[in-house]
Write a protein that binds this ligand. Structure first.
Ligand code: FE
Length: 309
């Protein structure tokens, strides 16, 4: 028996997308069987009220057997399904507002250098376009939060992440930025590229079997935290990416696509002491008050180990 949530029209349409039924490619029998399998697993998660932590623990077990389960899970929509369930639980509890959550993905590394107010994320070796991003971390009451930590990580212009790509310097494109007294954060980096699941791997072959691709649009990951506030796990997308609304991990959220302003004026370039045109993103984060101390903490999950610097 499918759970009431899984039977809802939104989740039924989501299952069609996951199983590639909204496209003509792939094998129809495989699509039908995959849809049933994912639907039954979603029902199991919902009926047993399996928490995100319990899911990550089970996923870790599978990743021990085959590391690509870390990509198969988001590709089959499980990570986003957990977000849907947490959003519904919030709604039922009357919790509203705040920057929307979206999936963490498997590529976070703890322990990035902590800097105050402003940071440079890239090590200067990537010749892609400079990105300047800035904003304010606020509470739901609109008041800026000083001393919040914006933990940011993203891929380089080849779509690869430091640590997982050993050719990059430690913690390249990874920093923790503590907000200034006015709640502001700012960083300089390089506009990231999107990326795809490893070619010829098991995730790619599974997705191909149902006529899907394994591409993610360019994005930047964030954890945002402050004492007394709910820990936020989110991402922003880089507007204009061809896969913006066709993410294999289903993480795109309309409220998380800030405008990218391309600055070409010599005056603007000089003011930032740069040598050429750059992209600028302004984005504020809004944190909700934590009802329980637990909500302030990053969700438990087995992650990559901190890197020696
Ligand atoms: Fe990512």
């Amino acid at each position: 028996m499918a759970s009431t949530l899984v039977q809802s029209p939104d989740i039924q349409a989501y299952l069609d997308r996951i199983a590639g039924l909204d496209g003509s490619g792939g094998d129809s029998r495989t699509k039908a069987i995959l849809r049933r399998l994912v639907s039954d697993l979603f029902s199991t998660i919902d009926e047993f009220d399996i928490s995100a932590e319990e899911f990550w623990s089970a996923l870790h077990f599978l990743q021990q057997a085959a590391p690509e389960f870390g990509l198969i899970a988001p590709g089959l929509g499980f990570d986003h399904f957990l977000d849907i369930r947490m959003d519904l639980a919030d709604k039922a509890a009357g919790v509203e507002g705040g920057t929307p959550r979206t999936i963490e993905g498997p590529l976070y590394v703890p322990g990035a250098p902590l800097e105050k107010g402003r940071a440079r994320l890239d090590d200067g070796t990537d010749t892609g376009e400079v990105l300047l991003m800035r904003g304010v971390v606020r509470g739901a009451d609109g008041q800026p939060i000083a001393g919040a930590v914006v933990d940011v990580w993203h891929a380089n212009t080849k779509g690869a992440y430091s640590t997982f790509d050993p050719s990059q310097s430690p913690y390249n494109n990874r920093r923790r930025i503590e907000t200034a007294a006015d709640g502001s954060y700012a960083f300089r980096s390089v506009v990231p590229s999107g990326y795809a699941v490893p070619p010829n791997g098991s995730t790619e072959s599974l997705l191909k079997a149902v006529g899907r691709h394994g591409n993610r649009p360019a994005h930047i990951h964030f954890f945002v935290s402050a004492p007394g506030y709910r820990h936020l796990t989110t991402q922003i997308n880089i507007d204009g990416d061809p896969f913006l609304h066709d993410d294999f991990a289903f993480a795109t959220h309309d409220e998380l696509i800030p405008q990218v302003v391309r600055q070409e004026e010599p005056e603007a370039i000089r003011a930032e002491q740069l040598n050429g045109p750059f992209s600028q993103i302004d984005f504020d984060f809004t944190l909700l008050p934590a009802a329980l101390a637990d909500e302030e903490q990053l969700m438990a999950r087995t992650r990559a180990l901190a890197q020696a610097q």
